[in-house]
Design a binder for this molecule. Structure first.
Ligand code: MN
Length: 503
């Protein structure tokens, strides 16, 4: 995972020559103070770096060129302490490749009632300077986040923090490689999509690798490595007698460990940030990877089952944006429902591959038959998810654009034990209610797979969609189906007109 503290937001203040050097010095001093305070804020996980005040077309263009060419710069925070005529921003903003937030703030919080004069007014005029600034972003059709409020306000800093997390995930996607072991599951539509469009829009590539080459890597794993990994399993998980040495499932656990080691080595050699596999293409592998995929996800790899590369990439992005926060993130699937009208809820799980970062307590390591794929019994970690508010996000390919759908959910402790269910799971109640949420998700074309997170917020995911320039659809406490349907129709027209022939 990227080291979050190595990355920077550049704090950029717009002004102009008209005010003279003294005012510009004051603008620089105030902006430096604001940048330092934001840098020190625990709500903002990356560095905030002050940049010299911009007063000309040339200075904006130079700043943008530097930002574009500095990998550690993940985005800009812009504001205008004074008035900053926005024509000087056109050439720079036209070529800006980095995410941006327009912070509409003011150095002073309060009006100094007794001393306010015209000098004060001219120095502290973000109220109209930022309107000129906002116009040029809008006029150029450049999307950005706008945050309004005093820079010391914790809510304002939290919003910058959410943007920084989304920008970090975006930076992590640029040039990323996602590996497909095997192709998409036969005949399945939603897990497929246009990988050329995805690379153009998102910056990551999705490349096929032969399962046979992975098997060769798995076969090269030595016994000592397997012993060491099993010692790790024994420390981290609860093991019953059958999966321990001498037990009738011990050989299956060793096979699973060998697969995990081979996959990890392969992904490292390729430099991948995530992968997909499919139970239909496991030639030469003894089991469908269970515990291996679960543990690789816990290390930060994106994962998508059945060839679902969009979800693999999204899981990686959500893991990146939630770095260092409490609460895990996993690939998951809407699996089955409890349709009691008094307490409807979703039981989400997968055949095997749910990330233990969401586990409530110590996962159990178990081996059971798998009724699909025709392979030997796979080892897997079994647990319930931590309860609490969470998000489920799905990324779909609409043909002319990508759409990110997010449902806010509340994970609950299952009302009854499920002793015969041999997979990890999360049980949740979707907002605003079961019926509306499922209807909206289906109307929007959401997949059965999602990136599920107890740490990612709607704000981070919406910022991420804004940065990516893709459609964002939210299902939350305010969702009403009639409005929701109209939003989908309106978006259809908007994207057809705004993007023309989609790439
Ligand atoms: Mn699935």
């Amino acid at each position: 995972m990227p080291k979050i503290a190595d990355y920077e937001l550049w704090f950029v203040t717009g002004s102009q020559h008209l005010y003279g050097p003294e005012t510009l010095q004051q603008v620089a001093a105030d902006s430096t103070e604001i940048a330092k305070a934001l840098d020190a804020s625990s709500a903002i996980p990356v560095k905030v770096v002050f940049k010299p005040v911009l007063v000309s077309t040339e200075s904006v263009s130079e700043l943008v060129a530097a930002a574009n060419n500095t990998p550690r710069c993940i985005g800009l925070v812009t504001w205008c302490h004074t008035f900053s005529p926005s024509k000087m921003w056109i050439n720079g903003l036209k070529v800006l490749q980095k995410p941006a937030v327009h912070l509409h703030t003011q150095y002073n919080r309060d009006i100094p009632w007794a001393s306010i004069d015209m000098d004060f007014m001219n120095l502290n005029q973000a109220a109209h300077g930022d309107r000129e600034h906002g116009f040029i972003w809008t006029r150029l059709r450049k999307d950005r986040k706008v945050i309004v409020g005093h820079w010391k306000d914790e809510k304002v800093q939290a919003k910058i923090g959410a943007f920084a997390r989304a920008a970090l995930a975006w930076a992590d996607w640029q040039g990323a490689k996602f590996v497909r072991f095997g192709d998409n599951m036969r005949d399945v539509a939603v897990t497929d999509g246009d990988k050329v469009s995805a690379q153009y829009k998102f910056g990551f590539s999705v490349d096929y690798y032969a399962v046979g080459d992975l098997v060769k890597r798995i076969d090269a794993v030595g016994d000592q490595q397997i012993d060491d990994l099993i010692a790790e399993y024994t420390d981290a998980y609860a093991l019953t007698a059958d999966v321990k040495k001498g037990g009738n499932h011990y050989a299956s656990v060793r096979d699973a460990a060998k697969i995990e080691l081979g996959m990890r080595a392969f992904l490292k050699e390729v430099g991948a940030k995530g992968y997909t596999n499919t139970f239909q293409d496991l030639h030469g592998m003894k089991q469908l990877p269970g515990i291996g995929s679960q543990r690789l996800m816990a290390e930060g790899y994106g994962f998508g089952a059945e060839g679902d590369w969009k979800t693999a990439a999204l899981v990686r992005a959500v893991k990146t944006m939630t770095t260092g926060l409490a609460g895990g993130t996993s690939f998951i699937e809407d699996y089955t429902y409890h349709l009691d009208p008094a307490n409807p809820c979703n039981l989400a799980a997968h055949m095997l591959e749910v990330c233990p970062s969401i586990a409530d307590g110590k996962p159990k390591l178990e081996v059971h038959p798998l009724g699909i794929g025709g392979k030997e019994d796979p080892a897997r970690l079994v647990f319930d998810s931590v309860a609490g508010p969470a998000t489920a996000a799905t990324l779909i390919d609409m043909g002319n654009r990508f759409r990110l759908i997010v449902d806010e959910v509340d994970v609950i402790k299952p009302p009854h034990p499920m002793p015969n269910l041999p997979v990890a799971r999360a049980m949740w109640k979707a907002r605003p209610d079961f019926e509306t949420a499922a209807m909206a998700w289906i109307l929007a074309g959401g997949a059965h797979h999602s990136a599920f997170s107890l740490a990612a917020t709607t704000e981070m995911l919406e910022d991420f969609a804004t940065i990516a320039g893709i459609e964002f659809v939210i299902i939350d406490a305010d969702t009403k189906i009639r409005d929701f349907k109209q939003t989908l129709r309106t978006n259809e027209v908007y994207y057809a007109l705004s993007q023309g022939w989609a790439i």
